[in-house]
Design a binder for this molecule. Structure first.
Ligand code: COA
Length: 328
């Protein structure tokens, strides 16, 4: 028997119905379908139109589906971790709102904030709790990005979409689980990608609203370079320390920020296109949901024992890579 690690035993996702197409964006800002497709790879994104619903509602939908799919009763869940950049409120945390909405009263929950790397950070954290003895841990990424996007800013409004997706972790000693993660961060990049106001530094005032400081600010070109370098560096470390070559990897699961970034990372390792999960054309950048949404969509194509490398980069900066063996 090997050491106890955390296995992914199920995955589920939720995307809102409304499709915000490039054609519709053309009517909102000075942009065009061709520019968006060639510069980002995005064709449409989903938007949660219902103003009474938040990230937790999408997270709860994904978690309900996950419980059903894995035959888990709500009160069997020991821990629920929610990664999000768009919490329902600054507090209480979104994990506990989701737990309440799906009827989980056992165990505990907390939120992780690491922008687009949030899911990787939360997955790694959840895995450690499983290694420490918990039996059922849910990791959910949920982001209503449309709540912090300025739909008059063409450089950001074309990128983001709303979604949630979740995985269930359980202990295993068969080696088919989360084997290794490299997580990295550098706070000196915080001025290149952030939401300025709404926290303790710049609480909401008429001025912060007038100055549009509650929206995402991004210096795209600068972030682009950091994103590729960060993910490539983390993947290299994970491959090296696990004695893996690119031929050993069945699937690369990159955060979906920009198709050109994904291609740039894949090309550095010569990963063939058919081994790289890409669905950015349908959903845009859904921040913490991109990676589990890919796993959800590719679930039928995955085989027990497949080697997966997950990688992400996000505001902070935060970035990393995880090596796991698919468990079913
Ligand atoms: N439609 C048409 N033109 C646009 C546009 C749009 N939606 N958005 C920007 N432009 C223009 C710019 O104004 C600029 O014009 P100029 O040369 O006259 O000044 C030109 O296109 C190029 O802008 P630039 O910002 O250099 O474009 P880019 O190729 O870098 O693409 C991003 C912009 C945001 C798509 C890209 O930089 C990106 O994806 N960055 C990283 C995102 C990321 O990884 N984030 C971290 C994780 S969330």
């Amino acid at each position: 028997m090997g050491r106890t690690i955390a296995k992914i035993v199920g995955v589920a996702g939720y995307v809102p119905e409304y499709r915000l197409t490039n054609a519709e964006l053309e009517t909102m800002v000075d942009t065009n379908d061709e520019w968006i497709r060639t510069r980002t790879g995005i064709v449409e994104r989903r938007i949660l139109k219902d103003k009474t619903k938040a990230s937790s509602d999408m997270g709860a939908e994904a978690v309900k589906q996950l419980l059903k799919k894995t035959g888990t009763a709500p009160d069997e869940v020991d821990l629920l971790i929610c990664a999000t950049a768009t919490p329902d409120m600054l507090f209480p945390d979104t994990a506990n709102v989701i737990r309440d909405k799906v009827g989980i009263t056992s165990g505990f929950g907390f939120e992780i904030s690491a922008a687009c790397s949030g899911f990787l950070y939360a997955l790694t954290t959840g895995a450690r709790f499983v290694e420490g003895g918990l039996k059922k841990v849910i990791v959910v990424g949920a982001d209503k990005m449309s709540s912090i996007v300025d739909y008059t800013d063409r450089s950001t409004c074309i990128i983001f979409g709303d979604a949630a997706a979740a995985v269930m972790l359980e202990p295993t000693d068969d080696g088919l689980g989360i084997i290794d993660s490299v997580l990295e961060s550098d706070g000196s990049g915080r001025h290149l990608l952030y939401q300025k106001a709404g926290g303790s530094l710049h609480p909401a005032t008429h001025e912060t609203v007038e100055n549009k400081e509650h929206f995402i600010y991004q210096e795209g070109r600068a972030v682009f370079k950091y994103a590729i370098n960060g993910m490539v560096g983390s993947i290299k470390q994970v491959l090296e320390r696990n004695g893996l070559s690119k031929e050993d990897i069945h699937w690369l699961v990159p955060h979906q920020a920009n198709k050109r970034i994904i291609d740039g990372v894949a090309n550095m390792f010569d990963f063939p296109k058919e081994k790289v999960m890409v669905n950015i054309q349908k959903y845009g950048n859904t921040t913490t949901a991109t990676i589990p949404l890919c796993l959800w969509e590719w679930e039928d194509k995955l085989h027990k024992g497949d080697n997966l490398i997950l990688t992400a980069f996000g505001g902070g900066f935060t970035w990393g890579a995880t090596f796991l063996k698919w468990g079913y």
